[in-house]
Design a protein around this ligand. Structure first.
Ligand code: 5AD
Ligand code: SF4
Length: 456
């Protein structure tokens, strides 16, 4: 153990990066690094970056400008600060980052961050270091597990990466290039990680992967297990009361997984399954491998399996060649499904992807106008969904103190934040809550009956 140093890790982008940031912190802890929420106090600053859209990438470089100022201020009082860039921008740009931002000491790709302790030691001896080769060893085999204290500090709901990378190659997307080929972790490793989390008080597990429902990890019987089987096994872990998984591809919503929504009571009835567009013309140019009808069919089957199922999606507006009519098909899909929520993005041309080369790029003004209309349709649907919750009794997993004294806040099965006047002792437990008030981004409710401890 070396003397106590402080690390500040800032995550951009998706839940996978949040998970990776936690694992970086866990791996640096035995090296004597304590986490700090304040970049000013840190000896090591890690930016865990996202490359999915141009804006995400720009954010990293503007953040690096700020970090440079901090580093120079520290140097003026004789304190050395190291700056590392990790994640998908690191993977995509490697050495170019150091050229553009010489303040950076270390660039580490999304498959290499298990090597952080060794890389930091080398970078400390001088010279910027770049490690973005896809390694032979599996980072998950090397990463340190979180301490009990770290798990507790992160709360009662935890992510577990079960799958990484993507082989779908949608024509707009950089993920297959930055995260690499689709790969699944073995069942035994995932169960070990889940048991550890559960023993420290975690009640809800969200299995994450760029294409999580393509999961096909090796089971203890030596055979490839589909996600449905993995979920059934996770549901048996003592203490785990709730399960979710994200992000799913419509094409991989197979019969067995749909049936899991009927058969596994712990599997929450809320699914994020990106449609991207409601137009077959656009879907085909996106190479999504599903049509509007396929998508709607999947939703129908899921609702048949579990009638209280709700959905969220991602949508892209202004994909090359998207006509007004194509766009209207997206608007009508939103109303037809009645999404509880959705994320919407202006198409962003990513260098190296096929769509960036398409000739019929859409102008910025048209994209902005469509985004505005799309968001209005999403907001309308999500407000209607929330309004339908009024008077319903929902199971809420309480996570932390609420906005006001005496309040605690938790999540409904549909991931809505629910504020309730209730004792703090309910944090970490599930209780039935009757929804009494609905505002734009929260629900309010009162305890319906005595709380039940979840799982034990
Ligand atoms: N432009 C805009 N949005 C994109 N997404 C992925 N690539 C792009 C891009 N080039 C969106 C998709 C995906 C979400 C994570 O980000 O909707 O589902
Ligand atoms: Fe990107 Fe998802 Fe398409 Fe894979 S399935 S290429 S991660 S949008």
């Amino acid at each position: 153990m070396t003397s106590a140093r402080k690390v500040h890790i800032k995550s951009f982008g998706c839940q996978m990066n949040v998970y990776d940031s936690h694992r970086m912190a866990d791996t640096l802890a035995p090296e004597g690094f304590r986490e700090t929420p304040r970049a000013e106090d840190a000896d090591l600053i890690v930016l865990n970056t996202c490359h999915i859209r141009e804006k995400a990438e720009e954010k990293v470089f503007s953040e690096l400008g700020r970090m440079r100022t901090l580093k120079e201020a520290a140097a003026s009082v004789g304190r050395r600060v190291m700056i590392a860039v990790a994640g998908c921008v690191a993977q995509a740009h490697g050495r170019e980052i150091v050229r553009r931002a010489p303040t950076v000491d270390l660039v580490v790709g999304s498959q290499n961050y298990h090597r952080l302790p060794a890389l930091i030691a080398r970078a400390e001896r001088g010279g910027a270091l770049v490690d973005t080769e896809f390694p032979i060893e599996d980072k998950f085999g090397v990463l340190r597990p979180p301490s009990r204290a770290a798990i507790r500090a992160r709360g009662v709901s935890a992510f577990v990466t079960v799958q990484e990378g993507c082989d779908k190659f949608c024509t707009f997307c950089v993920v297959p290039y930055t995260r690499g080929a689709e790969a699944s972790r073995p069942v035994v490793k995932i169960i070990e990680e889940t048991e550890r989390l559960a023993q420290a008080g975690v009640r809800e597990i969200t299995l994450i992967g760029q294409n999580v429902n393509a999961y096909h990890g090796q089971g203890p019987d030596g055979r490839a297990w589909p996600l449905a089987r993995l979920l059934a096994r996770i549901g048996e872990v003592r203490g785990i009361a709730r399960m979710r998984y994200t992000t799913s591809h419509p094409r991989d919503m197979k019969t067995g997984l749909i049936a899991a929504h009927r058969d596994l009571p712990g599997l929450m009835p809320y699914l994020h399954v990106p449609a991207q567009s409601g137009s077959d013309h656009v879907l085909s140019r996106m190479k999504r491998r599903h049509t509007r009808a396929d998508y709607l069919d999947t939703i129908t089957h899921l609702r048949a399996a579990r009638p209280d199922m709700a959905f969220s999606s991602d949508f892209i507006v202004g994909f090359p060649g998207e006509s007004e009519r194509d766009f209207e098909n997206t608007l009508s899909l939103i109303d037809e499904v009645g999404f509880a929520g959705a994320f919407s993005f202006k198409y962003s041309a990513r260098p190296g992807t096929p769509a960036a080369e398409m000739p019929d790029q859409i102008g910025e003004d048209a994209k902005s106008e469509r985004l505005y209309r799309l968001q209005a349709a999403i907001d309308r649907n999500s407000a209607a969904f929330n309004a339908r919750c009024l008077g319903r009794t929902l199971e809420v997993l309480f996570e932390k103190p609420g906005r006001h004294p005496g309040q605690i806040v938790g999540r409904s099965p549909y991931l809505q934040a629910v504020q309730v006047m209730a004792p703090q002792s309910l944090i970490g437990k599930i209780a039935a809550v009757t929804i009494t008030e609905v505002s734009s981004n929260s629900l309010f409710g009162s305890l319906a009956r005595a709380a039940e401890a979840a799982g034990d």
